[in-house]
Design a protein around this ligand. Structure first.
Ligand code: FRU
Length: 503
């Protein structure tokens, strides 16, 4: 009897292990950061310090759905290989640790530095769940913590919170930068339906400077996770203000808009009032840029959407980050736009490219026959002389497919995940999403980074980007290119990417 029980128990355990192995491991990104276990959302505190890129993130270590927030931590030397570290900042009596940023306090304005060593300072929102439940409107306040050992351990400032809530229910996600022209810190804070700028000499005392956006941009949801920084346009500085909103994105749910303009240490003045989006796909949210990277501006977002982030079909771990992307300004006619490209460090995991030039197609072509067995992660880049309707279908033998393409009449790129595999966990997930094409050039170029459960589309040198996740029941192995009539692909490049997961 005892033996039988033992056998049954062992089987049960084996079964439980198998289920949890399947419970998401088959979807674990191979070249994107995901937590070893449990829940993540927004990237936080991204800062470059002594050659190491730090990525903190909203993390709940007790479950794979959202809960009391901590700052998880990962580091990388090349933005591609990530090492997950112990939790950096834990909730306390002031509340959960919501999103925020980190800076290197080079001038030791805080006085936290010791023996000439610049402290790292994290600026985050303390979210008090007790106050929230009690119906208070001051339950989100800004606090700071510092590290004197390169981000490994953090000491919370005894005078927290440093910026108290004046009575605004959504008062969070501080992004701080050093404003050299007036030698002061600027905090950009999401304050419900606008951003509010504050300044400080020492990260401890904050003064309100101005508000922006109550009547500008998209307002389908609450404003969250802003960022303020500069990009160069022909030697001139242009100020970029990034604001995530949820819901209200161009393809439903969470998304990130941006404004270009001027900032004078007090107010932000936009060049235009039109709403622009960093990424038109459904799965790039709460993205901001790394601090302390000089002229290089590197952006990374959370590769999910609040519409379904808590119910995607993974159980051991939930959600991942996008690839880090380098941002640049580009002129397109009279329009000034942000173009995003995967960071060049990605080349470090590339296999030998398979290149095919002047490939003639009429109607359709099974690309996988030309380039051999297709395996994700990979990068596929296609250039054509003439922009005309085309689609790439990634499919498996269960009839599940992901479609990525261009619709000439509507001048739109699209990603269709309607039949991509598991889709019923949320009613809006199975859908076709679109993004405008901005350039009117006749030649077209798209580059896709495909991981086992995500696609990132960079079209026309990154002028249009779309990021989307999917969950096939079997990996896709076939690529079919469909094209209206006859066409010549000028160049096709297929590159396998090596997994960055630590074995
Ligand atoms: C955005 C967000 C932030 C908040 C955090 C909480 O996804 O709602 O505004 O700080 O997530 O986890």
């Amino acid at each position: 009897m005892v033996i039988l029980l033992c056998i049954l128990l062992t089987r049960g355990m084996v079964k439980a292990q198998t289920t949890s192995q399947q419970g998401g491991e088959e979807y674990r990104p191979q070249i994107h950061f995901s937590p070893k276990a449990h829940w993540i959302n927004d990237p936080n505190g991204m800062v470059l310090n002594k050659g190491v890129y730090h990525l903190f993130f909203q993390y709940y270590p007790d479950s794979s759905v959202w809960g009391p927030m901590h700052w998880g931590h990962a580091t990388s030397k090349d933005l591609i290989h990530w090492v997950e570290k112990p939790i950096a900042i834990y909730p306390d009596s002031l509340g959960y640790i919501f999103s925020g940023s980190a800076v290197v306090d080079k001038n030791n304005t805080t006085g936290f530095g010791k023996k000439g060593q610049a402290p790292l300072v994290a600026i985050f929102t303390h979210h008090d769940p007790v106050g929230e439940k009690a119906g208070s409107n001051t339950f989100q306040n800004q606090s700071i913590a510092y590290s004197l050992d390169d981000g490994n351990t953090w000491i919370k400032y005894a005078g927290n919170p440093v910026l108290k809530n004046p009575g605004i229910t959504d008062f969070r996600d501080p992004k701080v930068m050093w404003y050299q022209a007036q030698k002061k810190w600027i905090m950009t804070l999401a304050t419900k339906d606008r951003v509010t700028f504050f300044s400080s000499p020492d990260l401890k005392e904050w003064t309100k400077e101005s508000e922006f956006g109550q009547e500008l941009g998209a307002h389908g949801g609450v404003w969250e996770c802003p960022d303020l920084f500069t990009l160069e346009d022909a030697g001139k500085k242009v100020w970029v203000l990034i604001v995530s909103i949820n819901p209200g994105g161009p393809n439903k749910g969470s998304a990130t808009q941006y404004f270009l303009g001027d900032f004078d240490g007090k107010s932000f003045t936009p060049f235009s009032i039109e709403t622009k989006w960093i990424d038109y796909g459904t799965d790039n949210y709460a993205g901001v840029t790394w601090s302390n990277t000089g002229n290089r501006k590197i952006f990374l977002g959370w590769m999910s959407n609040w519409q379904y982030a808590t119910v995607v079909p993974t159980t051991n771990w939930r959600n991942a980050m996008t690839l880090p992307r380098e941002l640049q300004l580009k002129h397109v006619g009279s329009n000034l736009l942000i173009a995003s490209q995967p960071v060049s460090e990605l080349s470090g995991i590339q296999g030998k490219p398979i290149v095919i030039e002047k490939l003639k197609i009429s109607d359709s072509l099974i690309l996988s026959k030309k380039i051999g067995a297709v395996k994700f992660p990979c990068r596929l880049t296609i250039s054509m002389e003439k922009a005309s309707d085309f689609s790439l279908s990634f499919s498996n033998d269960l009839g599940e497919e992901l479609l990525v393409g261009y619709d000439k009449k509507l001048n739109q790129y699209f990603i269709d995940r309607s039949k991509s595999g598991k889709t019923t966990f949320e009613k809006g997930f199975a859908a076709r999403h679109t993004a405008p094409r901005f350039t009117s050039r006749s030649n077209i170029n798209i580059s896709l980074i495909l991981d086992v459960s995500s696609v990132e589309l960079f079209a026309d040198g990154g002028l249009t980007t779309m990021t989307e996740i999917f969950f096939p029941n079997k990996p896709y192995s076939k690529i079919l290119l469909q094209q209206a009539g006859k066409a010549v692909i000028k160049k096709l490049e297929y590159i396998k990417l090596r997994s960055t997961l630590q074995k």
